[in-house]
Design a protein around this ligand. Structure first.
Ligand code: FE2
Length: 408
């Protein structure tokens, strides 16, 4: 257990501020990320590049021909992503070059349409104008050209690494990100889930959730163009997924400075993919080129195990309880703690999944939840009609099919 994590009550993750503990934690981080990847430990890998593992689509296809070799490769990839370097590159992951180029054209058209209609392309995760986003490129690709979609996703690479990390029944989402010349580097971070949270929210999740949440998601990126270093392919710090307090500590200057001096950055060819543990410290690089639009299709793949057994119409429940709660609150017959307890069993308390075209985050990285809307409505004493209207509008914004996006 990490000594500097004050987790005595088992309910929060707080960092001890004592200089000794901060130093011990950083020393542990250095120890964790100082491991050297040896090719001999990874029988199916074709190379080690800047401490990361490289696999080829040919090796993957050969392994997929027999159940035992497929299982052995899955085990190796799971080890690579958990206790190994935390990332792996697959050369030629999208083997059907025509499908890849066809998808690139479809995405380019979507970006043009977005710009013309001013519908979106706004990216709440980067400075305006430096990049173009296509949220939910999975569904938009499928709806725009079913055959292209089939050819693109039919190969073994995405399937085997997803299964290796998440088991079967995984759920794929995809988002295109095109970083234009001049696009700035990101600061180094971890990804969804806990990587999207504020320090206050992180403190509300116990240590064991910090440790298991990376196992619920796999991050991937498929290169749609050749990405030389000058175009700014992603920077990674291998083995940094091992650092237990990383969700809390990686924003601090000491860790950021270390990252800047020690990252790995791997050149990609069109069709290559990188998959990584979402707890790996990473950042998109600066696009210093004058003419490369660095277009990647980002994959965020989720475990099947994150869902409940029953479907519940929470908006309908909220419409029913809101007038009663509102009346109780206005007459001081209920306190805020009791209100929150009721809302916790009634409202949807998580921002995702949502439609990021129409339901963008307002403050921070996560859109407003149903729970937060109900809290605001009660605090500001919305009339029931107004609350119901805002609730239904929020529901519409969260759906994938909207007036804004169904043209694709
Ligand atoms: Fe990221």
């Amino acid at each position: 257990m990490n000594k500097s994590l004050d987790n005595n009550d088992q309910t929060t993750v707080r960092l001890s501020n004592s200089p000794e503990d901060v130093k011990a934690n950083f020393d542990l981080f250095i120890q964790e990320i100082s491991q050297q990847t040896q090719l001999s430990d990874w029988p199916s890998a074709s190379a080690v590049e800047q401490n990361a593992l490289v696999y080829s689509a040919e090796t993957i296809n050969a392994a997929c021909e027999r159940a035992e070799s497929r299982m052995a490769l899955k085990n190796e990839m799971a080890r690579a992503l958990s206790t190994g370097p935390g990332l792996l590159m697959i050369q030629g992951a999208i083997e059907d070059t025509a499908a890849l180029d066809g998808a690139t054209e479809l995405f380019a058209d979507m970006i043009v349409q977005q710009r013309m209609s001013n519908a979106s392309g706004a990216d709440h995760f980067a400075k305006a104008g430096s990049n173009d986003r296509i949220w939910n490129s999975l569904e938009k690709h499928c709806m725009a050209h079913a055959q292209s979609f089939i050819n693109y996703y039919a190969g073994n690479s995405i399937a085997i690494v997803s299964e290796a990390w998440l088991g079967t029944g995984y759920q794929v989402t995809a988002q295109v990100n095109q970083v234009n010349p001049g696009g700035q580097a990101q600061s180094a971070h971890r990804d969804y889930h806990l990587g999207f949270m504020t320090p206050e929210q992180l403190g509300q999740f116990p240590l064991h959730v910090h440790q298991f949440s990376p196992m619920l998601t796999l991050q991937g990126a498929i290169a749609h163009v050749d990405m030389p270093i000058e175009s700014g392919p992603t920077l990674y710090l291998p083995y940094s997924q091992l650092h237990a307090s990383g969700y809390v500590t990686f924003t601090s200057p000491q860790y950021q400075a270390y990252f800047q001096n020690n990252y790995s950055q791997i050149e990609l060819q069109k069709g290559d993919a990188v998959f990584f543990n979402p707890a790996l410290m990473h950042a998109a690089g600066e696009n210093k080129s004058t003419n490369i639009r660095r277009l990647a299709n980002l994959l965020q793949i989720s475990s099947a195990l994150g869902r409940a057994t029953e479907a519940v119409d929470r908006a309908r429940m909220l419409e029913t309880v809101y007038p009663v709660l509102s009346h109780l609150k206005q007459s001081n017959a209920i306190n805020d703690a009791a209100i929150n307890n009721v809302l916790a069993v009634t409202a949807e308390g998580y921002s995702f999944p949502t439609n990021l075209d129409t339901d963008p985050p307002i403050d921070g990285l996560a859109p407003r939840t149903q729970f937060a809307l109900a809290q605001t409505a009660l605090r500001e004493n919305f009339a029931s009609e107004r609350f119901n209207a805002e609730l239904r509008a929020q529901e519409r914004r969260r759906r994938s099919q909207t007036e804004d996006t169904e043209t694709f």
